[in-house]
Ligand binder design. Structure first.
Ligand SMILES: Nc1ncnc2c1ncn2[C@@H]1O[C@H](COP(=O)(O)OP(=O)(O)OP(=O)(O)O)[C@@H](O)[C@H]1O
Length: 990
């Protein structure tokens, strides 16, 4: 019977097979990990000295010194210590490593030989121990003698069958890794793959053998018997058991096990095929997947909150637009037209997120190749606080070392003596990896972990007794809230986000010069003639053709007064029979006089041509806006972050709304949703509603509001106040981080030098767009003017930028205080010179010809630009493209302001006892105790979210515990001590 093949061996050469199924105790294979002996279970952390004001490094040095003091001269350490020294000895590693390499060769030969000689050697192996070894050896047929026969029989015949060949690469890999200290390949991965292969394959083959010998028609027990070496004892017994249990279901089970292993081991989440999935079904599946992903991300975020030292996933480069030049012909045509060549966008490749890292904490590596010491810090306690006990676990001797680690995987730091910790490298770290020496440094060296810097004074500290130094490192780690040095990537939440492509924009063909030679000549003659009438003679004249106007640059003869030419503006316009003549006398920096004459046939500047320009694609600006083309046909790009706010005016129908869409589109093409948020205010209700779709990607709104685009005046007031709060909080954060502006702050946050536990977060730019200020000023007056002015004054450094448009640039709309804070202004055509002066402080905007013809003023410069044209369907397509991708679960939420939910705007809620936060009293005590009225203090101390802490501060203000908002300063605390606070709290209505 096949079932009891191993219990009752058939007579014949194989009759000497051991009577029982398996040998009692198979000798253990060579231990591949020399350092994997049981770790000292709970090596106590050396007592820490009482906290002092000493700097950390000095503390570390002192502790190290203290640790060194009692030690005597170095000498052989008896017993366990001696054994440990041996285990850490590189020579011992080489000994083991080469042993394993040769062992793998030995097994290869022995196993191969077994395929030919195994049957004959069975009796010899069985007789081992009963007959003299020499005699048995002479009998053995294996190419590697009696030992070869025994090893092959053990692994192939008794254990795994031919699947035992999978053992060879494992042994080889371990040997290779130990000898060459290679960082490639994880031991646990190779072990898992090898062991699975052996178990699974032997079971499968076992099933084949069982099936061949089964009592069924056509079954051949003799054949089964001849093939039984294929599956080995393990495979045979397992398959026999399964076969009796589930019959041929064994095959299905094995297939299922294989699929499961492949899915988990190779982390497969998508299938290469998609059989007949309907589009609706596919969409539903994707939705489900996205939901699951979002949930997983949220869970991960929650976990990260609970355990701040946990490493972040692999860094990913930010995904800027990668330009790829369009076909050469197009480039040439552009060159001919004097324009910049267009570039095609390819969304930058979005690497798929790597497998989750398994290391339990920060790992710092230094001194690779130099004498190094391994410092192990036990895992952070469950609360997530880094109250880790430092465990002196290892000593380095020479450039190599091994360490013994307690389970679970500890947080590890490697430092070189005399050198600071230079980097942290999160690596899936296993005991076996550590046994192979320090992990290789990260291929991309990350920013030095300055918070972790510590100097180990000398080699003496490389002793197990150097616990003090290790404790100091642990302190550093804890105090600095050191994090793994993978940079934070704000875009990781939407890592698959694709930037909109140029294909979404209409291609109006390549720009062509519309002005004919005759037109140029005729205009030139008329200019010369007109000036001649007034006795002005010209030395030379030159024309530059722009998209809307042509600039004639005149060099007058010596002695002609410039003011005279300027005063002839209207006369020249009359003689040229053209509207929109503008005289620039002189052209700044050129010493010539410019006369801009509108072209008879105007050229439309498509948004596609400007966003596709090389200048825009390559710009390094923070918030680049490609407005259009200048008079010299150059693409005009300006940085909103530098402006830092923009005032736009223009009579109705002159191109303001198109201009706003161009601004928004430019930013959408350049910034990731994680980096930029818009607050859109649209009193006209229809102009910006098209951007509703990108709510979950790019819009910011007040909590508990449905519509992200604000159309209601009261909501506008709340939103502006909320932005002021956001500004206040950002200033608090910047102050705490010691940064002067948003860029520095975010850079620090990305380098993980700021602790999210202390309220720090990545701060996206916020761009507030108000489409019609006149309307708001009429209905809300000061209520909007004050916060706009405050934001304009202060928000520059913290990344809040304002774009305010109005069609009535009168002084009661653009008041002095607003104007003073908007140095950057744009004017489309306005109806009067006065309006032009109001907006630009000079005339000229009244001379524009409309349809996107605009003047851009930044301080003293005035640049004439033909604004690019973007049509509503184009904006629609761009928004659709964005909204169809995975977004955040909600819009970016601005801080809640008192009275924002109720529409009265009176702020009554803050004082309503029923509405008072349950943590009100606790927050009040915290503020009074620390005498610091800041939101971030509450966030940190009470572990509150951003919005809740803000709400609490408002309630505290209402209760008279803290003073009013004071810009970048923390609020005053009005209650001097806890006693008075308790009295106040008792007297408050409950
Ligand atoms: N840059 C441009 N290039 C070509 N045509 C333009 C451009 N900008 C605007 N136009 C034309 O002018 C028309 C009006 O533009 P737009 O709607 O932007 O004006 P507006 O100033 O916002 O007017 P309103 O204040 O009444 O909303 C557009 O429909 C378009 O035909």
């Amino acid at each position: 019977m096949a079932d009891n093949r191993y219990k009752n061996p058939p007579p014949g050469p194989s009759a000497n097979r051991p009577a029982e199924g398996r040998p009692a105790a198979a000798p253990r294979a060579n231990a591949p990990r020399p350092a994997a002996e049981p770790a000292p279970a709970a090596a106590p952390r050396p007592p820490r000295p009482a906290a002092t004001n000493q700097p950390k490094a000095a503390k570390a040095a002192a502790q190290a010194q203290a640790a060194r003091a009692p030690r005597g001269p170095r000498g052989p350490i008896p017993g366990v210590a001696g054994l440990k020294a041996l285990v850490r000895d590189r020579r011992f590693h080489l000994f083991i490593g080469f042993g394993l390499l040769l062992g793998s060769l030995y097994l290869t030969i022995a196993f191969t030989s077994f395929l030919f000689t195994g049957h004959a050697d069975q009796s010899v192996v069985a007789a081992m121990g009963t007959i003299p070894t020499k005699e048995a050896g002479q009998e053995s047929n294996n190419w590697l003698g009696l030992l070869g026969a025994w090893a092959a029989q053990l692994f192939i015949y008794k254990l795994f069958g031919v699947a035992a060949f999978a053992l060879i690469p494992i042994v080889f890999f371990l040997g290779y890794k130990i000898v060459f200290r290679t960082a490639t390949g994880s031991v646990s991965y190779v072990l898992a793959l090898g062991l699975f292969t052996m178990a699974w394959l032997s079971t499968l083959l076992g099933y084949v053998v069982v099936a061949l010998g089964a009592p069924a028609p056509g079954a051949d027990p003799a054949l089964a018997h001849r093939l039984d070496f294929l599956c080995g004892g393990v495979g045979f017994e397992t398959a026999s058991w399964l076969s009796s249990l589930i019959g041929w279901g064994t095959v299905l089970l094995l297939a299922f096990v294989l699929i499961s292993f492949v899915v988990f081991f190779f982390n497969i989440t998508t299938l290469p095929f998609n059989f007949g999935r309907s589009a609706a079904r596919a969409e539903a599946d994707e939705d489900a997947e996205l939901t699951a992903e979002i949930e997983a991300e949220e869970a991960a975020a929650a976990a990260a909150q609970a355990r701040p030292l946990a490493p972040k996933p692999t860094p990913r480069a930010p995904a800027p637009l990668a330009p790829a030049f369009a076909a050469e012909e197009t480039e040439d045509e552009y060159a001919a037209a004097g324009a910049s060549a267009p570039v095609e966008y390819e969304p930058a490749p979005q690497p798929s997120p790597g497998p989750a890292l398994s290391v339990a904490g920060p790992l710092a590596v230094a001194g690779i190749g130099a004498p190094a010491v391994a410092l192990a810090v036990a895992p952070a306690v469950a609360t997530g606080a880094a109250a880790a006990a430092a465990v002196p676990l290892a000593v380095a001797s020479g450039p190599s070392f091994s360490v013994e680690m307690p389970e679970p995987e500890p947080e590890v730091a490697f430092v070189a003596p005399g050198a600071p910790v230079v980097a942290t490298v999160p690596t899936p770290l296993s005991l076996a990896d550590l046994a192979d020496g320090p992990p290789a440094p990260s291929p991309k060296p990350q920013a030095p972990s300055t918070n972790l810097e510590i100097t180990v004074p000398s080699r003496d500290d490389l002793d197990p007794n150097a616990g003090a130094a290790i404790a100091a490192v642990a302190d550093e780690v804890e105090d600095a809230d050191a994090m793994p040095d993978v940079n934070y990537d704000p875009t990781l939440d939407l890592s698959r986000y694709q930037y909109p492509t140029l294909e979404l924009l209409t291609d109006y063909g390549v720009a062509k010069a519309q002005v004919t030679q005759q037109e140029l000549e005729a205009n030139k003659d008329r200019i010369v003639e007109t000036l001649g009438h007034y006795g002005i003679t010209i030395a030379s004249i030159k024309a530059t053709i722009g998209p809307t106007v042509t600039l004639y640059e005149i060099v007058p003869e010596a002695g002609v007064r410039i003011s005279k030419i300027k005063s002839l503006e209207d006369d020249i316009a009359l003689s040229l029979a053209a509207l929109g003549i503008r005289i620039i006398a002189p052209i700044p920096g050129k010493g010539t006089i410019g006369i801009e004459v509108p072209n008879a046939k105007k050229e439309m500047v498509s948004i596609r041509s400007v966003l596709g320009s090389e200048k825009f694609a390559r710009t390094e600006m923070d918030l680049p806006i490609a407005f259009g083309r200048t008079i010299t046909n150059e693409v005009f790009v300006a940085d909103l972050a530098k402006m830092p706010h923009l005032l736009m005016a223009g009579a109705t129908g002159q191109g303001k709304s198109v201009g706003l869409n161009v601004i928004l589109a430019s930013l959408l093409y350049k910034r990731h949703p994680a980096q930029l948020k818009f607050v859109l205010v649209d009193p006209k209700k229809v102009e910006l509603s098209i951007f509703n779709k990108i709510e979950r990607h790019y819009l910011a709104k007040l909590p508990d509001t449905d519509e992200p685009i604000i159309t209601d005046t009261k909501k506008v007031v709340h939103t502006l106040n909320s932005l002021c709060m956001e500004m206040d909080r950002r200033y608090d954060l910047l102050k705490e981080a010691g940064c002067r502006n948003l860029k520095e702050y975010n850079a620090k946050f990305v380098l993980r030098k700021l602790n999210p536990k202390k309220g720090h977060r990545y701060l996206p730019f916020i761009v507030l767009v108000i489409d019609e200020l006149a309307d708001l000023m009429m209905t809300a007056g000061k209520e909007v003017e004050t916060p706009i002015a405050r934001l304009a004054q202060l928000a520059r450094a913290i990344g809040i930028h304002l774009i305010v448009a109005t069609q009535r640039p009168s002084v009661n709309v653009i008041t002095g205080i607003i104007k003073a804070n908007f140095p950057c202004r744009i004017s489309f055509k306005v109806t009067s010179k006065i309006d032009s002066r109001t907006i630009l402080d000079t005339g000229g905007a009244d001379q524009l010809i409309g349809q996107g013809d605009m003047l851009f003023s930044a301080g003293s410069d005035l640049i004439r630009v033909q604004c690019a044209f973007i049509d509503t369907p184009e904006v629609d397509r761009v928004c659709d493209f964005i909204s169809e991708q995975q977004g955040y679960s909600d819009a970016y939420l601005l801080p809640e302001v008192a009275g924002a939910e109720g529409d009265d705007g009176s702020g009554q809620d803050a004082g309503d006892p029923a509405e008072r936060d349950t943590m009100f009293e606790e927050a009040a005590r915290c503020i009074v105790l620390h005498q610091q009225g800041s939101t971030s203090l509450l966030q940190r101390k009470l572990k509150l979210g951003y919005n809740r802490a803000g709400r609490l501060i408002d309630q505290l203000q209402h209760a008279g515990i803290v003073g009013p908002f004071e810009g970048s300063k923390a609020r005053d605390v009005l209650i001097p001590d806890e006693y008075q606070l308790e009295q106040l709290l008792n007297s408050m209505p409950k």
